[in-house]
Design a protein around this ligand. Structure first.
Ligand code: PSU
Ligand code: MN
Length: 294
């Protein structure tokens, strides 16, 4: 049921490290034409750090683990590409649509393919003011054993509520060289994290221990703070206006996150875009290092 790119197929055969990459950030998270440039650059960073990139998506109903150049181009530029969560996968396959996969869906497919490390920008979580709008990312990560490298949860979310839900699902959260939970566009969300790790080797040791102990079968969240953060005043101003705009425009369901990200990129005059690109590049690098250490 899975089509592997030639590069990923070779990596599986030779049992060399692989990093899964999601595709919703390409189709629905970043504007054109930067989205394709960033997707290619991120794959390059994974290679330069000793691992093979496996960008995951569905093309004409077929699950792809690793995309060839024309396929990546399609995910970046075809308006018909939909955003798929885990619940959509069987439907997209049956109806032969093309879809980009969220953190939830990408983790599921990566796990099917035996990939242990995954890089994204920011996790989905609990939305502000809507306790029933909770990303399926959280539920998926509660059930899938994978290391996910992110810059915390997106700052458009209720960060404290999301941290509580991560605790409910018993998902371990590791601060990478920090005890401050990162705030996606911001280096520090204002919340503490108990556990700090300082190297990929330490993460590999934790991974080995949990297997030996059979203690947990869910994801490990590695929270990697962005170095050059967005101006916090600009961030808060755009966020307040964006949340109000989402409400007056009656944006619901899976459109909420893409709407807010696009609002940010437009209203911050590219400042949030710069930071989002930094985030995904830095996370891809760390994910490759972790994949090698595992
Ligand atoms: N990180 C980014 N940009 C994104 C996403 C993550 O920097 O666009 C995507 C991921 O695919 C994540 C999704 O799973 O946003 C969350 O969507 P929702 O809130 O609808 O679950
Ligand atoms: Mn939602």
């Amino acid at each position: 049921m899975i089509k592997y790119s030639s590069e990923v197929a070779a990596a599986i055969k030779s049992a060399t490290p692989i990093v899964a990459l999601e595709s919703t950030i390409i189709s629905h998270g970043l504007p054109r034409p930067q989205n394709l440039e960033v997707a290619l650059e991120v794959e390059k960073i994974v290679r330069e750090n000793g691992a093979t990139p496996a960008t995951i998506a569905l093309i004409d109903g077929v699950i792809h683990v690793g995309l060839e150049a024309d396929e990546l181009n399609r995910i970046a530029n075809d308006d018909k590409v939909v955003k798929a969560s885990t619940r959509d996968l069987a439907i997209i396959e049956a109806t032969k649509q093309s879809a980009a996969t969220t953190v939830a869906a990408t983790s599921h497919i990566a796990h099917l393919a035996g990939i242990k490390v995954f890089a994204t920008g920011g996790l989905g979580g609990v939305h502000r003011g809507h306790s029933y709008d909770e990303s399926a990312d959280l539920h998926a990560l509660g059930e899938i054993s994978i290391v996910i490298v992110c810059a915390g949860v997106k700052s458009i979310l209720d960060v404290s509520g999301t941290l509580e839900r991560l605790e409910s699902f018993a998902i371990p959260v590791l601060g990478y060289q920090t005890n401050k939970f990162p705030g996606f566009y911001l280096t520090d969300s204002g919340f503490e994290i108990e556990h700090r790790v300082n190297s990929p080797a330490e993460i590999a040791a934790i991974w080995a221990n949990r297997i030996a102990l059979a203690s947990d079968n869910c994801a490990i969240v590695v929270a990697n703070p962005v170095v050059n953060q967005m101006n916090p005043e600009l961030h808060d101003k755009v966020l307040t206006a964006g949340l109000a705009a989402a409400q007056t425009s009656h944006i619901t369901g899976k459109a909420v996150t893409p709407f807010l990200l696009e609002y940010f990129h437009r209203e911050s005059a590219g400042e949030s875009l710069r930071v989002n690109i930094d985030i995904i590049k830095s996370n891809a690098k760390l994910a490759a290092q972790i994949a090698c250490a595992l």
